[in-house]
Design a protein around this ligand. Structure first.
Ligand code: FPP
Length: 248
């Protein structure tokens, strides 16, 4: 399909890291009189589309909020459906990731995932570990407050063991204790479905990310919507606290 937005993208200014809060699967399904699980299935298809789009324009990291710590409180049937969707998606997509030189990694408290889900994930992570074109970061059983707390605990025990001086705790040291260690901060954060909030996602890492909110529900957020978001991002001036003149 000819893309109106894709041809407007300046390929020298593509965000290196795009993070996405994939919201609105349930509402998308409800509007169509379908069960919420159909929304999640279409959501997985949308993620596959957006992965392709991101790789096409040279995004290096694509992070997706696939399951939050708070999502464990959803009805058990929905949690189970999401877990089995995760397994079937990995089974379906791993070869495609390998063909396209895309690596998978995960952030979050994976120890809470059912064992078969965790094993599938680890298999895909290991098989794609050598891939270089782009990295997909799936946030699973993830919340930013959880991540920050475990970083605090890990730093505190290094101090206690005498391996770290309190005076040496700086931005970089703190970031190195987060799950996202080694991954650059997102340049752009996208949230779908008309909600304008962060919902406990990447609180430390998005300090200077550009935020893009759209009313489109996630299952309808396909390549063209992604390219549209990139075009919007490219119109912005990122000042990082400096004046407009300083960055020119
Ligand atoms: C939010 O929509 C979406 C989720 C909680 C799950 C996201 C999961 C997927 C997109 C499918 C699996 C993805 C991969 C990568 C395998 P919602 O259920 O909160 O929707 P609502 O706000 O309309 O109820």
């Amino acid at each position: 399909m000819l893309s109106m937005y894709k041809e407007q993208i300046d390929l020298t200014k593509v965000p290196k890291h795009v993070a996405i809060i994939m919201d609105g699967n349930g509402r998308w399904a409800k509007e169509k009189g379908l069960d919420r699980v159909f929304g999640h299935k279409e959501g997985a298809a949308a993620f596959s589309d957006v992965t392709e789009a991101a790789a096409e324009i040279g995004v290096k990291y694509l992070t997706a909020y696939a399951f939050s710590t708070e999502n464990w409180n959803r009805p058990q049937a929905e949690v189970e459906a999401l877990m089995s969707l995760l397994v079937s998606t990995i089974e379906k997509e791993t070869d495609k990731l390998l063909r396209n030189d895309i690596r998978l990694c995960c952030i979050g408290d994976l120890s809470r995932l059912p064992k078969p889900v965790n094993e599938k994930l680890q298999g895909c992570i290991e098989r794609t570990a050598h891939c270089q074109r782009m990295t997909i970061v799936l946030a699973l059983s993830y919340s930013a407050k959880w991540e920050i707390l475990q970083a605090v605990k890990s730093i505190a025990s290094e101090v206690k063991n005498g391996n770290l001086n309190v005076e040496d705790i700086c931005d970089d040291v703190f970031a190195s204790h987060l799950n996202t260690n080694g991954i650059p901060d997102p340049d752009l954060l996208i949230r779908t479905s008309g909600e304008s909030r962060i919902s406990n996602f990447l609180l430390w890492q998005i300090a200077y990310s550009e935020l893009y909110f759209t009313t489109v529900n996630w299952p309808d957020f396909r390549k063209e919507e992604f390219f549209k978001a990139i075009c919007d991002y490219q119109k912005r001036e990122r000042r990082f606290g400096k004046t407009s003149e300083q960055i020119k």
